[in-house]
Design a protein around this ligand. Structure first.
Ligand code: ADP
Length: 218
C-alpha cells in the first residue's frame, strides 16, 4: 500500500498517517520529521534547512529530493509507505513519479485532506509537539491534550510549541502552501487514484481511504 497525503499545514496529515500506519502496518515518511531530526542532531543539512523552516518557507527541492530518493530505496519501504509532507511542489511530484517508475512501484491513493482555513489556524496555534527527535508525537491543548500537562504521554519528554508555530510563521506557511503546494491538487486530480475528503476528524478520513483502496483493488 502506497499512499500520498496532501493538505495544508494543520490539515491532519500526521494524525491520519499514524492511524494508517497502525492499520496497514506500513511506514510513515514525514519530510518535516526528517528535517526536524536533522536540525536537532545539528547536521549540516539541518543547519541549512532550519532557516527556511523557521521562516515558514519550503526547503529547496534539491535538498528534499536527495533525502527522499535515499529514503524510498530503504528496505522498510518495500511493503509500502505513507508520504506525509512530500511531494510539496510540482517539481517534487514529477521527481517522485520518476523514482517510483525506476523502482516499478505505483501509488494506490493520493488523498487530499480538506479543512477550512479558520480551523487550520486554530489547530496550528494550539498544537504541541514532543521535543524528543525520536518521538515527535503531536498533541493539541484543546482536542488531544497530554495526560500530564507539558509531558509527552509516549516518552515522558517535554512537549513544546514548534519554532514555526508562531502566528507570523503560520501565516507564511499557509501562503507558501497556497502558492507552491495547492497546485498539486490539479496535478493529481484526474488521476484515478486521487481522492479528496473533508478532514475535520481523522477516523472518517481513514475509513474513506480504506474503502477507496479496497474498491481500487477489486
Ligand atoms: P506542516 O505540514 O505542518 O507545515 P511539516 O512538518 O510537514 O509541517 O513541515 C515543516 C517544514 O519543513 C515546512 O514548513 C518546510 O519548511 C519543511 N518541509 C517539509 N517537507 C518539505 C518538502 N517536501 N519540501 C520542502 N520543504 C519541506
Amino acid at each position: 500500500m502506497r499512499i500520498i497525503l496532501l493538505g495544508a499545514p494543520g490539515a491532519g496529515k500526521g494524525t491520519v498517517a499514524e492511524l494508517l500506519m497502525e492499520k496497514f502496518g506500513i511506514k510513515q515518511i514525514s519530510t518535516g520529521d526528517i528535517l526536524r531530526g536533522e536540525v536537532k542532531n545539528g547536521t549540516e543539512l539541518g543547519a541549512v534547512a532550519a532557516g527556511y523552516m523557521n521562516r515558514g518557507e519550503l526547503v529547496p527541492d534539491s535538498l528534499i529530493l536527495k533525502i527522499m530518493e535515499k529514503r524510498l530505496m530503504q528496505d522498510d519501504c518495500r511493503k509500502g509507505f505513507i508520504l506525509d509532507g512530500f511531494p510539496r511542489t510540482i517539481s517534487q511530484a514529477e521527481s517522485l513519479d520518476m523514482t517510483l517508475a525506476k523502482l516499478s512501484r505505483k501509488i494506490d491513493a493520493v488523498v487530499n485532506l480538506e479543512v477550512p482555513e479558520d480551523v487550520i489556524l486554530k489547530r496550528l496555534t494550539s498544537r504541541r509537539t514532543c521535543a524528543n527527535p525520536g518521538c515527535q508525537a503531536i498533541y493539541n491543548i484543546h482536542s488531544k491534550p497530554t495526560k500530564k500537562e507539558g509531558i509527552c504521554d509516549k516518552c515522558g519528554s517535554p512537549t513544546i510549541q514548534r519554532d514555526d508555530e508562531t502566528e507570523d510563521a503560520i501565516r507564511q506557511r499557509l501562503a507558501t502552501y497556497q502558492e507552491k503546494t495547492a497546485p498539486l491538487i490539479n496535478y493529481y486530480k484526474d488521476n484515478p487514484v486521487f481522492l479528496s475528503v473533508p478532514s475535520l476528524r481523522p477516523e472518517p478520513v481513514v475509513d474513506a481511504i480504506t474503502k477507496f483502496t479496497e474498491k481500487q483493488a477489486s
